[in-house]
Design a protein around this ligand. Structure first.
Ligand code: SF4
Length: 101
């Protein structure tokens, strides 16, 4: 049986639903391509796992996400950066420069 709540949110994109339903979400959740873009990673289970582990589990988790950190520093985050990327900010900038050259 479909509840009133499910009917109300059926046509709202998944990322927006997450924002509406949970105050623990990362402030970038509505604009972050990892969240908003199905197929952003080849492995959809891995993408969902990142969302559960980093994006929706409170400030301690999302503030440790490398995508969040990079977006805060640079104003954007390259697609190759994932929440658990080990690269430093300088390494990410160098890699991004190599890609766009
Ligand atoms: S991947 Fe990182 S920056 Fe993007 S919404 Fe999740 S926690 Fe925020």
């Amino acid at each position: 049986m479909v509840t009133k709540y499910e009917r109300k949110f059926f046509f709202i994109p998944f990322a927006v639903q997450l924002q509406l339903m949970n105050d623990n979400n990362c402030p970038n959740i509505g604009i972050c391509r990892l969240v908003t873009t199905t197929g952003f990673l080849g492995d959809e289970d891995r993408r969902r796992s990142f969302i559960e582990t980093y994006c929706t589990d409170g400030e301690e988790k999302w503030s440790a996400c490398k995508r969040y950190i990079v977006k805060n520093k640079l104003g954007f985050c390259p697609d190759f950066v994932l929440p658990d990327t080990d690269l430093t900010l300088d390494q990410i900038i160098d890699k991004f420069d190599e890609i766009i050259d």
